[in-house]
Design a protein around this ligand. Structure first.
Ligand SMILES: NC(=O)c1ccc[n+]([C@@H]2O[C@H](COP(=O)([O-])OP(=O)(O)OC[C@H]3O[C@@H](n4cnc5c(N)ncnc54)[C@H](O)[C@@H]3O)[C@@H](O)[C@H]2O)c1
Length: 273
């Protein structure tokens, strides 16, 4: 069966776990040719095995998206390997918890380097190849935390708001400049992945407690998230929200305006977040 994704060359960063893994498997199932990358080679090998298990093919590489020169070289390598690139899912991301007063500049830089600059590098590196393909799509993964802010997530909020601004401007440029590249920004709510377990925090915060309260809040499976993202890609959506929580929070923030901050601050205080 031919799908929207059949024979498209799709790149997925952070493919060794969670949403990136589920996207890779679902893209393979729909007939895409895959370039998958991650810093976690063990997780990436597992994803590659899953893709091969359903008869797909994947070029799997180590890539740290925060290393701009490496991302640029990787984009050329993928284009040379497949002869074209159609889709890039800038998905790799990390979490970090701490108040601004507790965080070092290094902590903030690290989050921005991966979650924001990783997306910028992935976008800029692949954009010429996507234009050359005549049929390109950039999918940048932000978060509901790119729609509203919460205490202890200032660095992550900053990166995810920045991804949203960057991506929404790019989409308009592609339209105005008649480039053959579609652009979608994705805002997942809580997705049951390893993001909190893989995450870091300032000293004195309990990693396991943070991870288990995330596990309680995250309702959507990564497989469902992948399906919602690919449906949004097929429909060329500007913005994709994932999960009932994302829909409710998006509406709540838009209706309450800046007043949301008082309510979320009180919620966080009461729940010891
Ligand atoms: N899980 C959620 O609830 C949620 C909600 C909103 C947004 N997101 C976003 O979704 C994306 C995927 O996260 P996930 O939930 O699947 O988390 P995850 O931790 O399960 O997977 C993230 C993957 O990115 C990889 N990675 C981390 N740093 C990297 C780097 N520098 N270079 C390359 N790869 C790197 C990790 O090794 C891991 O395999 C992230 O951008 C995250 O911010 C997740």
């Amino acid at each position: 069966m031919t799908t929207h994704f059949t024979d498209k060359v799709a790149v997925v960063t952070g493919a060794g776990s969670g949403i990136g893994r589920a996207l890779s498997v679902e893209l393979a199932r729909r007939g895409a040719k895959l370039a998958i990358c991650d810093v976690d080679m063990h997780g990436l090998a597992e994803t590659e095995a899953l893709v091969r298990g359903i008869g797909g093919d994947a070029k799997a590489d180590h890539l740290d998206v925060s290393q701009r020169e490496l991302v640029l070289a990787y984009a050329d390598d993928v284009a040379a390997h497949f002869g074209k690139v159609n889709m890039v899912f800038n998905n790799a991301g990390i979490a970090f918890t701490g108040n601004v007063e507790e965080m070092s500049f290094k902590d903030i830089d690290r989050v921005m380097d991966v979650d924001f600059w990783g997306v910028v590098s992935g976008t800029k590196a692949f954009l010429p190849h996507l234009v050359a393909s005549g049929d390109g799509h950039i999918v940048n993964i932000s978060s509901v935390f790119g729609l509203f802010a919460v205490p202890t997530q200032s660095a992550y909020n900053a990166a995810k708001f920045a991804v949203r601004g960057f991506t929404e401007a790019l989409r308009q440029e592609m339209v105005n400049n008649k480039r053959p590249v579609k652009v979608t920004c994705v805002h997942p709510g809580g997705i049951k992945t390893n993001i909190a377990r893989n995450g870091e925090q300032v000293e004195g915060r309990d990693h396991d407690k943070l991870a288990s309260s995330f596990d309680k809040m995250a309702r959507t499976s990564p497989e469902k998230a992948a399906q919602v993202i690919l449906k949004g890609v097929e429909k060329n959506k500007a913005r994709v929200l994932i999960g009932g929580d994302a829909w409710v929070l998006d509406k709540f923030v838009r209706v309450s305006g800046p007043g949301y901050q008082r309510i979320i601050a009180a919620f966080s205080r009461r729940n010891g977040l």
